[in-house]
Unconditional design. Structure first.
Length: 461
């Protein structure tokens, strides 16, 4: 007796007829795809070498004012709607939030530049073979004049560089660049703006920062940063620029909540850190930071409802104290303007005067009088001295260390303005310094005293 069609000799289990039919259909479908692609390649090889490509749409990227993306083959993916508002792309469905501008600009650029490489008949059997019944991605977009366009995208062709598509409901199937399928197949999370705080670092003209170390404010004046709170002090340009650049480029690590309904849960009702930046047009942007969880911190841009997680690197930047961001240089002077230097220390007095643009002469001590000093050995240590710590309101014990300074220098410029620098004796490997520019006391390694010794300033020849 012959074995039935839905069984295999010697096998304990049986394959149903329906399963066999599905396998046969898959084989036929695969053969059809291969045949259609093979026939197209044959036709292309028979054509003369001419550029037969034509634009899919006669539009420019800026012509597209709204965009809808659907994924008919995947019902779990939400419908995505985008609108261009005031020059920026916004997501309007399934939630209201800013879109990732580079991703959306990439999509509209691809739509406007797409060229049809080949057309195929769009018969029902071919639509299934090409992945267009239903399509993988269905795009709708509108122009400012109200004109609407559609684009259905299916499978990639056998080359992998083109995708089967239907432009504006045409009967024929077009071959378009595969990049269209890649850019429009992204998820909501890929297409949303993930900037922690959307600022342009170079546009910021002032900022306020409150964190566990205190609260301070700074503003930019003639390309220089100056703190206005809690003290008047110069800002360190590199440190402040680094802070702003890190914030401007920081991305959300993950979304914690799309709504700010329970701020206390995330430590954002009374945030530990608040950073506010103001740009040249007066626009204010504020980032608040709350609790830590699993090595990340909950945070929010207060102009948006979203609560997100941020990584530890961003936290370290916004947790800096005033000492991290302020200018810790001991002095600020232009050596080219100085024409007289007088120094006193335990060894005596050193005095020199500028004779010409590049020549100096020693006035004291007497045994060096008339000689040309190594004047750079005076200026460089003072110019390059960067303190480990600055005390804007120094305690009495630090002030006492400078009651009788170990080193004192007075630099007089061409206008007669004097800058006096005092440095204490060594204490625990450190020395303390102050200048006539203000009451702040600066903490240095004791090496600075050796760098300013008289022996370095006397001529070597």
């Amino acid at each position: 007796m012959e074995a039935p069609l839905d069984s295999w000799p010697g096998q304990p289990s049986m394959i149903r007829k329906s399963t066999l039919l599905v396998l046969l259909a898959a084989i036929v479908l695969g053969a059809a795809v291969y045949f259609f692609d093979w026939r197209r390649s044959q036709k292309e090889s028979e054509k003369p070498a001419v550029d037969a490509e034509k634009p899919a749409y006669a539009i420019q990227p800026q012509d597209i004012s709204s965009l809808t993306i659907k994924h008919p083959q995947n019902s779990a993916e939400p419908v995505l709607r985008f609108e261009k508002r005031n020059g920026n792309w916004q997501i309007t469905q399934p939630l209201e939030t800013q879109a990732d501008q580079s991703s959306l600009e990439g999509i509209v650029d691809s739509l406007s530049s797409a060229r049809i490489a080949q057309n195929e008949p769009g018969t029902p059997d071919r639509l299934k073979v090409f992945g267009l019944d239903p399509p993988a991605v269905l795009i709708g977009f509108q122009l400012p004049n109200g004109a609407k366009h559609t684009l259905a995208l299916g499978n990639k062709d056998f080359t992998g560089i083109s995708v089967y598509a239907i432009v504006d409901g045409a009967k024929d199937v077009a071959l378009l660049p595969e990049s269209l399928l890649v850019s429009t197949s992204k998820s909501l999370q890929d297409l949303r703006d993930k900037n922690a705080l959307p600022i342009v670092s170079g546009d910021v003209v002032s900022f306020d920062l409150k964190n566990p170390s205190g609260q301070f404010s700074a503003k930019k004046e003639k390309d220089e940063w100056k703190f206005t709170k809690p003290t008047d002090a110069r800002g360190d340009a590199n440190s402040i620029d680094g802070l702003l650049a890190t914030i401007a480029s920081a991305k959300m690590a993950a979304i914690a909540s799309e709504t700010p309904d329970n701020l206390a849960k995330y430590g954002l009702a009374s945030p530990a850190i608040m950073f506010t930046a103001v740009d040249g047009k007066g626009k204010t942007s504020t980032l608040i930071v709350g609790k830590k969880e699993d090595g990340q911190y909950f945070a929010r841009d207060i102009s948006r409802p979203t609560i997100f997680r941020m990584d530890g690197d961003l936290y370290k930047k916004v947790a800096q104290n005033l000492n991290d961001l302020r200018d810790k240089k001991l002095t600020h002077f232009d050596p080219a303007l100085i024409n007289h230097v007088e120094i006193h220390n335990a060894s005596g007095t050193f005095v020199c005067t500028r004779k010409s643009e590049s020549a100096w002469t020693i006035d004291a001590p007497a045994d060096q009088k008339g000689k040309s000093p190594e004047i750079s050995k005076v200026f460089l240590p003072l110019e390059q001295a960067i303190a480990e710590q600055v005390f804007d309101q120094p305690p009495a014990d630090l002030r006492a260390k400078l009651a009788k300074p170990s080193f004192e220098a007075t630099l007089t410029d061409k206008s007669g303005k004097k800058l006096t620098v005092q440095i204490s004796g060594e204490s625990g490997g450190f020395v303390y310094a102050r200048t006539s520019d203000g009451p702040a006391i600066y903490k240095f390694n004791k090496q600075i005293l050796s760098d300013l010794s008289f022996s370095n300033m006397y001529p070597t020849s």
